[in-house]
Design a protein around this ligand. Structure first.
Ligand code: ADP
Length: 265
């Protein structure tokens, strides 16, 4: 919560740690020696111009992108690469999957399975990845659908739902795995403006009711203000400025932050 001051983001309590992270796509260096941590239970929002590397950061945590250099740790466990005998070596897939199971991600374009019902979308991973029984997974799904306000849609197909409803299903699906980390990538960008409020409302409730660590990329500055403990302003793959949301939004120090906020607010 914004008024909560117990998330110092210090390395000792790091839930997510980026250490000397480099990411290149071909000759394009998107992240160049990036270092930051997210504390246990902390909500960190990444803001900055398009192309500054924000989505790449989330995709690296989800291991959807290959790390070019450096290390990312989640809960102290190396994600893609670890140091061993003074060398940087790949983490075996099985170990990696054990860590990524604790991470939920919600994407801009929902990514629901179109041929499954809402309930089937939500129970799929709990049954096949967590090994939950069908009934237990089903009752969990129903609880989550109630939380996101879609109890009456459990037998619908994604195509029968509005974008906002599909996104709330995607949120329920991510929560069904009991994630310790939630990555939110522009979750309202593809929605009609009148559908944005419901999705953000659900996320604010989750932020208030859980202590899931969150890394958020959003253009919704009011939402960033409401849920973040810390806001990091990125430009060209580097942190330009970071701080509490009231500070960043009300008294940004850097010219680049001021210019960016003037353009989006
Ligand atoms: P942001 O989220 O801040 O808009 P991104 O992380 O999406 O920025 O992109 C950062 C840079 O990485 C951009 O220059 C983009 O073109 C490049 N990029 C992202 N994904 C890929 C990819 N799969 N292949 C090549 N370049 C990519």
């Amino acid at each position: 919560m914004p008024e909560n001051t117990q998330h110092p983001g210090s390395p000792g309590t790091a839930h997510i740690e980026f250490r000397d992270v480099i990411k290149r796509f071909g000759s394009n260096t998107v992240l160049d020696d990036l270092n930051f941590t997210v504390a246990q239970g902390e909500r960190v929002t990444l803001i900055g111009p398009s192309g500054s590397g924000k989505t790449t950061i989330l995709r690296l945590v989800m291991t959807l992108e290959e790390l070019t250099g450096g290390y990312i740790h989640v809960g102290g466990i190396p994600l893609q690469y670890k140091e061993s005998g003074g060398k940087r070596v790949r983490v075996p897939d099985k170990e990696r999957r054990r860590t990524t199971q604790q991470i939920g991600m919600v994407f801009q374009h929902f990514n629901l399975f179109p041929n499954m019902t809402v309930r089937e979308n939500i129970v799929e991973a709990p049954i096949h990845v967590m090994g939950l029984g069908k009934e237990e997974a089903s009752s969990k799904a129903e609880g989550l659908l109630e939380k996101v306000g879609l109890s009456d849609k459990k037998d619908a197909r994604p195509s029968q739902l509005s974008g906002g409803q599909q996104q709330r299903v995607a949120i329920a699906r991510a929560l069904a795995m009991d994630p310790e980390v939630l990555l939110l990538d522009e979750v309202t960008s593809a929605l009609d403006p009148e559908l944005v409020g419901d999705v953000l409302g659900v996320l604010k409730d989750i932020a208030a009711e859980t202590d899931i660590s969150m890394l958020i990329v959003t253009h919704e500055m009011q939402f960033a203000r409401d849920v973040s403990d810390r806001v990091m302003m990125f430009d060209q793959g580097s942190v330009v400025e970071e701080g509490r949301p009231d500070k960043i939004f009300s008294e940004p120090e850097h010219q680049r932050t001021q210019d960016f906020l003037r353009a989006v607010l």
